[in-house]
Ligand binder design. Structure first.
Ligand SMILES: Nc1nc2c(ncn2[C@@H]2O[C@H](COP(=O)(O)OP(=O)(O)OP(=O)(O)O)[C@@H](O)[C@H]2O)c(=O)[nH]1
Ligand SMILES: [Mg+2]
Length: 216
């Protein structure tokens, strides 16, 4: 269990963003990750939603701030404004939906154009529980994502398969880069960078989602 002090003073704070076509399961994946069970009714996201969770990674406390964007076209320009300071982008498609797979190039381009140069991108093929409806072959998807130089994982927000691993994969990748000195350590340690800002960011609650619009 996390103590109030650990909540206030995580070793790192990582900002992630969830993007991808509407109905691919971004909100469902986030809900599962936060609550550790499937949500029966999920509302289409309007604008952007926010969730925060404190993670233990190899003995380090890492605070994840996750922005869940709306996939509908009319919200796309809003989503682009949320890439500031984002270190991990999770691009979700639905393995039963060809259009959502075809749209990946656009979403990846958005992430690369609007995110930091160090931004790590993880593509997620969601809805693996719908085995009979799969239209995207797993091996083909893995090959294509390797060519695009992005990470790849398949998940189900209904069964929970690989949901934790999805976030874990990005955390691991980023921590490896920090260890190798490829990303500045203090970039994600607000205590080192700006103590005042740290106090402000820590006002978000752990493991709790809340709808809000924020341009931080
Ligand atoms: N079978 C199955 N259904 C899923 C899965 N993930 C999400 N869904 C369903 O797909 C629908 C869309 O899920 P959402 O989480 O709202 O999708 P979204 O990507 O957040 O959509 P927007 O907010 O419009 O961008 C809902 O009916 C979910 O219950 C999954 O892994 N398996
Ligand atoms: Mg949503």
């Amino acid at each position: 269990m996390n103590t109030p002090n650990q909540e206030r003073n995580p070793e790192y704070t990582f900002k992630f963003i969830l993007i991808g076509n509407s109905s691919t399961g971004k909100t469902s994946l986030l809900q599962y990750f936060i609550k550790q069970n499937a949500k029966t009714k999920v509302q289409q996201t309007v604008g952007v939603e926010f969730a925060s969770k404190l993670i233990d990674y190899k003995g380090k406390k890492i605070k994840l701030q996750i922005w869940d964007t709306a996939g509908q076209e009319r919200f796309r320009s809003i989503a682009r404004t949320y890439f500031k300071n984002t270190i991990g982008a999770i691009v979700v498609y639905d393995i039963t939906n060809q259009d959502s797979f075809d749209a990946l190039d656009d979403w990846i381009r958005d992430a690369r154009e609007n995110g930091k140069s160090e931004l790590d991108i993880l593509v997620v093929g969601n809805k693996t529980d719908l085995i009979d409806q799969r239209v995207i072959d797993k091996n083909q998807a893995e090959r294509e994502m390797k060519n695009k130089d992005v990470l790849y994982i398949e998940t189900s927000a209904v069964s929970g398969e690989n949901v934790d691993q999805c976030f874990q994969t990005l955390i691991e990748e980023i921590c490896n880069k920090i260890e190798k000195g490829l990303i500045e350590n203090d970039e994600f340690n607000p205590q080192l960078k700006n103590p005042l800002k740290q106090n402000l960011t820590n006002k978000t609650n752990n493991a709790q989602t809340q709808s809000q619009r924020c341009n931080c």
